[in-house]
Design a protein around this ligand. Structure first.
Ligand code: S3P
Length: 427
């Protein structure tokens, strides 16, 4: 797919699709609850459809329309053995969270995903889940999927000091904790997104949070509920960036989730000098939401590291592109997790931005960017990583000449309407 430099300002209003993390959790927890869970503004991206598919194979009836989904939960012990291997597609969240749930079941399961999933680290969940008494192993012995989980294990609560700030690891352990004897707690080095804690509490679970520790005490049941999914700030990030980088732009992005464990992008671009106004703050589905008014701004470089990293981890490719257009130096550190996402996002971002003329170097845990050099178009291989495709499609709007995105279709993972929205704004 070919992109050109934007020839006029981007102006108007838009909404972004439902939050991916929250959509996954709504299906999973709805399946484990008694009664029906109704979800509106569900993200119909390929990752969340993988979660739906897995739970259907586990015997859960899920009614899916564009407006809403209905999950007919069968309770904590209502899942049934799938007849085949579960396919988690490209979704790390599905793979890691469902593993925690499956460790507590009476039946055996095997799960696998696409080539990217088969290279992503699973020891980070296998280790703590095994400590809880789970029987989980990597079928190829490489600590990656396919994973085999043997049912019937008696789980017991643990306290886990996680070496990484990862909501997928934390959530996998907390979900296994639903089936364990005694309390289960997880302490992270920095707080990762807390959607699992917030939503499980909404379903009636006993989950407490203090600082970077979350504790779950098993309850006999979860109860179905209604969930209105906020717009995904990780999807809004692309249009926040577009509004900031294309001269004269003014965009109003409505109904975006601004949970403080996810809003690092807002804090960073404000530090860079961005003109963003947060309007109409409200609560939806137990999560804070707001409208974001974004105006073209001249930006300067910043240092990004420490506790803010988990709150913007998926936005770092887009932030790196913005930093190339900002004046001065931007340093991104403490972000080694980027190497184990859908692609190695340090290498891929640095190589592509170099190809576009940027002055940028990779480091062990991030990158250093000398901004202010004009970008030019290049051929960008998405590596089938949705966030790479979208970050560079937006970067192309500020680059001279033509940018070609290879494997552009992968945006369907988290934002199927992404190119339609681009076209609408570029008219
Ligand atoms: C997610 C957690 C993050 C994030 C991913 C979604 C989640 O991953 O990158 O896109 O829904 O819990 P990690 O937990 O591996 O950091």
């Amino acid at each position: 797919m070919i992109f050109q430099k934007a020839s006029s300002p981007l102006r108007g209003e838009l909404t972004v699709p439902g939050d991916k993390s929250i959509s996954h959790r709504a299906v999973m927890f709805g399946a484990l609850a008694n009664g029906t869970t109704e979800v509106t503004n569900f993200l119909h991206g390929a990752d969340c459809l993988s979660t739906i598919d897995c739970f259907r194979r586990l015997g859960i009836e899920i009614f899916d329309t564009p407006e809403r989904i209905l999950i007919h939960g069968k309770g904590l012990h209502g899942l049934s053995a799938p007849s085949e291997m579960l396919d988690t597609g490209n979704s790390g969240t599905t793979t890691r969270l469902i593993s925690g749930i499956l460790c507590g079941q009476s039946f055996d399961t095997t799960l696998n995903g696409d080539a990217s999933i088969q290279s992503r680290p699973m020891l980070r969940i296998m280790d703590p889940l095994s400590q809880m008494g789970a029987q989980i192993r990597s079928l190829r012995g490489n600590n990656c999927a396919p994973l085999q989980i043997t049912g019937g294990a008696r789980l017991h609560g643990i306290h886990y000091n996680s070496p990484v700030a990862s909501a997928q690891v934390k959530s996998s352990i907390l979900l296994a904790g639903l089936y364990a004897e005694g309390k289960t707690s997880v302490t992270e080095p920095n707080l990762s997104r807390n959607h699992t804690e917030l939503m499980l509490r909404g379903f009636g679970a006993d989950v407490r949070s203090e600082g970077t520790t979350a504790v779950i005490t098993p309850e006999p049941e979860l109860v179905g509920m209604k969930i209105s999914v906020p717009g995904d700030i990780s999807s809004a990030a692309y249009f926040i960036a577009a509004g900031l980088m294309v001269p004269g732009s003014e965009l109003l992005i409505r109904n975006v989730g601004i949970n403080p464990t996810r809003d690092g992008i807002l804090r960073v671009v404000k530090d860079m000098g961005a003109d963003i106004t947060i309007l109409n703050e409200a609560i939806a589905g137990g999560e804070p939401v707001a409208d974001l008014l974004v105006r073209y701004s001249s930006l300067h470089g910043v240092e990004i590291g420490g506790a803010i990293i988990p709150t913007l981890i998926d936005e770092l490719p887009m932030i790196a592109v913005l930093a190339c257009l900002a004046e001065g130096t931007t340093v991104i550190r403490d972000a080694a997790e980027l190497k184990v996402k859908e692609s190695n996002r340090i290498d891929v971002v640095v190589n592509h931005l170099k190809a576009m003329g940027a002055r940028i170097e990779a480091t062990d845990d991030g990158m250093i960017i000398e901004g202010g050099t004009p970008l030019h178009g290049a051929v960008i291989d998405s590596h089938l990583d949705h966030r790479i495709a979208m970050s560079f499609a937006i970067g192309a709007l500020a680059a001279d000449g033509e940018t070609e995105i290879l494997g552009a279709d992968c945006v369907k993972i988290s934002y199927p309407e992404f190119y339609d929205t681009c076209r609408m704004l570029l008219k």
